[in-house]
Design a protein around this ligand. Structure first.
Ligand SMILES: *Cc1c(COP(=O)(O)O)cnc(C)c1O
Length: 361
C-alpha cells in the first residue's frame, strides 16, 4: 500500500480505518450476500447504519434534545438556497456576514430569494479576518443571521460564535464540522457538506433546532422542506446510503480517538506546527491572516512569487505531499488539515517546507 499525504480541500483525506472497513465489506456486507449500497434503504441492515449515524452525531456533538439531525443531498450548496426558501419569507430580512468566498455564495443565493442585509463585509480587507460581535450591523427583526464559521478558501475562522440573541443563528460549518464543541445556546442550525471532514461528497449534514424548524415555509416542493425531512427521519426519499455509511465509519473513528476532545487536541497540535513553520521562516512563507482569525483547518500561505510557489507545489508533490495548491480564485498555497490528516502528515509537510527554503533562499 502506498498512501500519500493528501492536503486537498475537498473531497479530502479520510481516516484509513473508514476506507479499509468499507473496502472489506463493500462486496458482501455482513454475510448478507450483497453490498450495503445495493440494499433497500428501508431494510434492517441499512436502517441500523442510518440510526447509528444520527445517534453518533448527537453523541459526539452533544446535540440537545430539541434539535433534529438531517442527512440531505445536494451538498452545502443546496443549503445556500434551501435556507432562504424556508426561512426568508416576504417582508422579512436576513442578515449575512460576508467573510469570504463561501459566505458570499450563500448570500448570493439568499438575495435571489428575498431581502438580505450584509451585516458585515470583509471584502475591503481581502477577507483576512472574522469580525467581532460589536462590529456587526444586525437588523433588529431579522429572520436569521447566517455565518460561515470557517472560510475554506481564505483560511479564516470565527474563534467564537456571535451571540445573536433571539434571532436564530445559522452556520455553514462545512470545513470544520466535528472539530470543535458547539455552544448550542447560541446556535439554531448548522450544516456541512460531507466531503471535508466526514465522508465522500454527496451529502449535507444538517442539525436544526425545533423552534426554527417550526418556522419553515410549508408551501415548497417536498425535497426543499426541512419539516418533511425531519418528520421522515431523512428517509422521505432514497438517502445517499453510501455517504451515510462512510459517515458512520468516520464517526466511529472519531469516537475511538476520544470524540471532539481527541480531535481538538490533534487539531491544535497540527495547526501549531504548521503556523509555527510559517512564522519561523523569516518571512519566506507568508500567511496573510489576522492571528486571532487563523483557521486550524485550512492554512494558507504565499511565497515570494508565483514561480517559486509553482516549484514548491511541484516538488512537494514529488515528495508525496499532494493538494497544496491554493484555490484557483486566490492562488498561493493551502494545506487543508482536516480531522483525518494524521499529525505525521503535517510533520512531513513542515520538514519539506524547511528543506525547500534552505534549497531555494
Ligand atoms: C466546500 C464548501 C461548501 C460547498 O460544499 P458542496 O458540498 O460542494 O456544496 C460550502 N461551504 C463551505 C464553507 C465549504 O468549504
Amino acid at each position: 500500500m502506498s498512501r500519500i499525504f493528501n492536503f486537498s480541500a475537498g473531497p479530502s483525506t479520510l481516516p484509513l480505518e473508514t476506507l479499509q472497513e468499507a473496502a472489506e465489506k463493500l462486496v458482501d456486507y455482513e454475510n448478507s450476500g450483497m453490498s450495503l449500497i445495493e440494499m433497500s434503504h428501508r431494510g434492517k441492515q441499512y436502517d441500523a447504519i442510518h440510526s447509528e449515524t444520527i445517534s453518533l452525531v448527537k453523541e459526539i456533538l452533544d446535540v440537545p434534545e430539541d434539535y433534529h439531525v438531517l442527512l440531505l443531498q445536494g451538498g452545502a450548496t443546496l443549503q445556500f438556497g434551501m435556507i432562504p426558501l424556508a426561512f426568508l419569507q416576504q417582508g422579512m430580512t436576513a442578515d449575512y456576514l460576508n467573510t469570504g468566498s463561501w459566505a458570499k455564495k450563500a448570500l448570493n443565493d439568499a438575495q435571489a430569494v428575498g431581502n438580505v442585509n450584509i451585516a458585515w463585509d470583509g471584502a475591503d480587507e481581502k477577507y483576512t479576518r472574522t469580525p467581532a460581535r460589536d462590529e456587526l450591523k444586525l437588523s433588529p427583526d431579522a429572520a436569521y443571521v447566517h455565518i460561515c464559521s470557517n472560510e475554506t478558501i481564505g483560511g479564516i475562522q470565527f474563534p467564537d460564535f456571535p451571540d445573536t440573541g433571539n434571532v436564530p443563528l445559522i452556520c455553514d460549518m462545512s470545513s470544520e464540522i466535528m472539530s470543535r464543541k458547539l455552544p448550542w445556546d447560541k446556535i439554531d442550525m448548522v450544516y456541512a457538506g460531507a466531503q471535508k471532514n466526514l465522508a465522500p461528497s454527496g451529502m449535507a449534514l444538517v442539525i436544526i433546532k425545533d423552534s426554527l424548524l417550526q418556522k419553515a415555509n410549508k408551501s415548497l416542493p417536498a425535497y426543499l422542506r426541512y419539516d418533511i425531512h425531519a418528520d421522515n427521519n431523512s428517509l422521505y426519499n432514497t438517502p445517499p446510503t453510501f455517504v451515510i455509511w462512510m459517515t458512520c465509519l468516520t464517526l466511529r473513528w472519531i469516537k475511538s480517538i476520544g470524540g471532539i476532545d481527541g480531535v481538538a487536541k490533534r487539531r491544535d497540535e497540527k495547526a501549531a506546527m504548521l503556523y509555527g513553520a510559517i512564522e519561523n521562516s523569516n518571512g519566506y512563507y507568508m500567511n496573510p491572516v489576522d492571528r486571532a482569525s487563523r483557521s486550524p483547518m485550512n492554512v494558507v500561505w504565499r511565497l515570494l512569487n508565483e514561480n517559486l510557489e509553482k516549484k514548491f507545489i511541484e516538488e512537494a508533490g514529488k515528495a508525496g505531499l499532494s493538494g497544496l495548491k491554493g484555490h484557483r480564485s486566490v492562488g498561493g498555497c493551502r494545506a487543508s488539515i482536516y480531522n483525518a490528516m494524521p499529525v505525521e502528515g503535517v510533520k512531513t509537510l513542515t520538514g519539506f517546507m524547511k528543506t525547500f527554503r534552505e534549497n531555494n533562499e
